[in-house]
Design a protein. Structure first.
Lengths: 428, 319
């Protein structure tokens, strides 16, 4: 009996000894949810960073999934509560509830924060700690078709900024020529319909009062705001937007602008490139498309004609209850290098909150970058789009009213202002 | 009398003694433990996936839940609900949809069934074609109809332009005056085939003597339909109406994909509003959406009971 026990113990011990190295070699698998399933350049960048990380860190493997943004948010909202969220997931700063709920891990102990742009950190900073890796940054730009604008008889000045009157003239001439002046659709997004109006408000009010407007401290019935809204309503009534505005999706509005039927202008964040620089057969912009970038119009008596919105969008965060924080943190740290920042700009042709070395960026889209840089030279940035500031009912009202009904011509200036004040004005 | 064929000494099998009368005596009735064995799986699934979530929703409606913290707020969520303008709009839209659309659904289904019963050409093909939308997912149906309603190149507007009615062309889903109707039509299109099949089965099961008697009395198609077929189908039609009503009180998918509740909340339904409050409101709070869900659960139950009572005066409903 005793010898039998000894034999069993020996066998178990031998088994454990043999299994030990195998267990030790088994990499820790972390899960990662990324947005951009339909944007090849960004998808490739994320995939390459993950593969590089896995190659350099044999003890970690990454189960990477690309999921549409809205689905990520919905799934993450359930998953973080039940402890089943991925170790690393995509997030944008306009979803502050994850941070407020304590579901995000500070990156301070995991990522070398000196490798993030200083202007990008505030988007993810709370109580002195940084919670997100700001991979994607953007400015709000006004793209235009050089040939069509010239065709309707409008000359873009050397400043690349029309006055509000000249822009209204452009809209009217486009509409008269049967060319849609502004390609835009809100069928699947809560923000595009507000781009032209709110960029105009920024230039009229200047950063300080515009910030007050977005924080609910300034009324939409302020005379300056009403003046800009009235001008904007004039554009709408002149036929600025496509008739299919309410149902046109973001991807379709790209196609509308640079393929069929074509439009004079296209207000869009500079992530425009994600779709535009896809191959034309996949809905991208034709290689010979006469793309130009102009400034949003200068408002009469505007306090800041050179203002422009800058924002952080696609970022990666760590789940605070993740079980593999070491690997997750190491992955984000490995992504945050100037070299990877350069690769992002080269591949995606879009700004990033990661530090870069501009002198070494090589891009097949150098001409585009040169123009984008020129339009961003000497501008005054205002940080954040309306949806970064608006929450809950105010955000919903912005989506329904300023993003949709007002630019669609469904309601007038006074009604739109009243609805926004009722939902967003502090103390209302 | 002894059986002559029975060998001597052999034991004769006798029928089992008749058990005493009583609950356990009836062989058709199993004991409690046996019943539990058979009931337990279904009961567990029901308790876990239906009863518990329902009870938990009611409980959650009394709390504010931020992140991992729950704080009891009593009926505050219900009080807020009374003052919630968007909720009122959502209720109005849902009621319009739930009371009006089933009439369209059932009428369309009945007409299609009658067409097949009357032997229209290509009936076999049409039966399949008309039923196919039922098999499609809401996502496919929504995308299909968004194309049909497209302002620039959608079939609806192209058809209007082709017949010289271009002035009527509009952004059907982008206009608050037409968006809800456009969705109702889409929903009716999807479910007409289901109603058609049920109506067709009911028509085929009508007693042929009655129909033949009507024909012998020189009853025309219209009169036969009005005085014979529809009255005899009435219980079926009512059942279809109530089923459609319940489905429409919960409608979500189609609205979410096609309009997201817009424009200007013109197509907001209670279900889309619950979803927005639960997942699109920059908060983790499930208390308020739970209050909406609880109220709406009560409203649906009450509405079904009222419909049941109203219809029972003429015909008993079967579910």
């Amino acid at each position: 009996m005793g010898s039998a026990r000894a034999w069993v113990a020996t066998m178990i011990g031998a088994g454990l000894l043999m299994a030990g190295p195998a267990l030790a070699a088994e990499p820790v698998q972390i899960t990662m949810w990324s947005n951009w399933p339909d944007e090849p350049a960004k998808k490739e960048w994320v995939t390459a960073r993950v593969r590089d990380f896995e190659a350099a860190n044999k003890q970690c493997s990454v189960k990477l999934s690309f999921i549409p943004k809205a689905d990520i948010y919905t799934q993450a909202k359930s998953a973080v509560r039940t402890g089943q969220a991925p170790d690393v997931f995509y997030m944008e700063p306009d979803q502050p509830e994850f941070l407020a709920g304590g579901f995000l891990e500070p990156l301070d102990g995991h990522v070398d924060l000196s490798r993030l742009e200083d202007w990008a950190k505030p988007a993810w900073t709370s109580k002195g700690k940084v919670y997100g890796l700001p991979v994607e940054a953007y400015t709000v730009e006004l793209y235009y078709n050089k040939d069509l604008v010239k065709k309707v008889g409008v000359e873009v000045p050397p400043s690349f900024q029309l006055t509000q009157g000249a822009f209204a003239d452009l809209v009217k001439k486009g509409a008269a020529a049967g060319i849609t002046p502004v390609s835009q659709g809100v069928g699947d997004r809560p923000f595009p319909g507000g781009l032209l109006l709110f960029e105009s408000l920024l230039r009229k009010l200047g950063p300080e009062d515009y910030g007050k407007l977005l924080n609910g401290a300034l009324s939409f019935r302020d005379p300056r705001v009403l003046e800009v809204m009235t001008w904007f309503k004039g554009l709408v009534d002149a036929g600025a937007y496509p008739k299919s505005f309410a149902t046109l999706k973001l991807g379709e509005s790209h196609y509308y602008f640079y393929q069929k039927p074509g439009a004079l202008t296209f207000p869009d964040p500079s992530w425009f490139t994600g779709r535009a620089f896809a191959p034309p057969e996949s809905g991208g912009m034709p290689a010979d498309f006469p793309l130009g970038i102009m400034q949003f119009p200068a408002m009469d008596g505007g306090l800041c004609p050179s203002c422009k919105t800058l924002a952080v969008a696609g970022s990666f965060v760590m789940y605070s209850r993740g079980k593999n924080k070491d690997c997750a943190g190491a992955l984000l740290n490995a992504m945050a290098t100037p070299g990877n920042g350069n690769k992002w700009m080269e591949q995606v042709s879009l700004q990033t909150g990661l530090k870069t070395d501009p002198s070494t960026i090589k891009s097949s889209r150098a001409e585009y970058f040169a123009e984008l840089n020129a339009r961003n030279k000497d501008v005054t940035y205002f940080f954040g789009t309306p949806l970064l500031y608006y929450r809950a009912k105010c955000a919903e009202t912005y989506t329904q009213v300023m993003n949709n009904a007002f630019p669609a011509g469904l309601i007038g200036v006074d009604e739109a202002a009243a609805k926004m004040d009722a939902a967003c004005r502090k103390g209302s | 009398m002894a059986d002559a064929a029975t060998p001597a000494g052999a034991r004769v099998a006798r029928p089992a003694p008749v058990p005493k009368a009583g609950r356990m005596a009836d062989p058709r009735r199993a004991g409690l433990s046996i019943l539990l064995v058979f009931l337990a799986p279904a009961l567990l699934v029901y308790l876990g996936l239906t009863a518990y979530p329902a009870v938990r929703t009611v409980l959650d409606s009394l709390f504010t839940i931020e992140g991992t913290e729950r704080s009891f707020v009593g009926i505050a969520n219900y009080r807020d609900l009374l003052a919630d303008e968007t909720f009122r709009v959502a209720v109005r839209n849902t009621f319009v949809w739930a009371f009006v659309a089933p009439v369209l659904d059932v009428a369309t289904g009945l007409l299609l069934a009658l067409a097949l019963y009357a032997g229209v050409p290509f009936a076999r093909f049409l039966r399949v074609a008309w039923f196919t939308p039922v098999l499609l997912s809401y996502v496919v149906v929504a995308i299909l109809w968004m194309w049909l309603y497209n302002y620039d190149w959608g079939v609806v507007n192209e058809a209007l332009r082709a017949v010289g009615l271009g002035a009527l062309a509009r952004s059907w889903l982008g206009d608050p005056n037409t968006a809800l109707s456009a969705l109702i039509v889409t929903h009716a299109w999807k479910w007409a085939g289901f109603n058609m099949v049920v109506c067709l089965a009911a028509i085929h099961s009508l007693p042929s003597e009655v129909l033949e008697a009507a024909e012998l009395d020189n009853c025309g198609w219209g009169a036969k339909l009005r005085h014979v077929i529809v009255p005899m189908l009435w219980p079926t039609l009512l059942n279809l109406y109530v089923l459609a009503f319940i489905g429409k009180m919960k409608v979500f998918d189609l609205v979410w994909i096609m309009t997201g509740g817009g424009p200007l909340w013109a197509t907001e339904t209670v279900s889309t509003y619950v979803y927005k409050r639960a997942f699109n409101w920059n908060t983790f709070d499930l208390g308020y959406p739970s209050a909406i869900a609880t109220v709406w659960f009560g409203v649906v139950c009450a509405a079904v009971m009222i419909l049941n009572r109203v219809f029972r005066s003429r015909d008993r409903l079967e579910y």
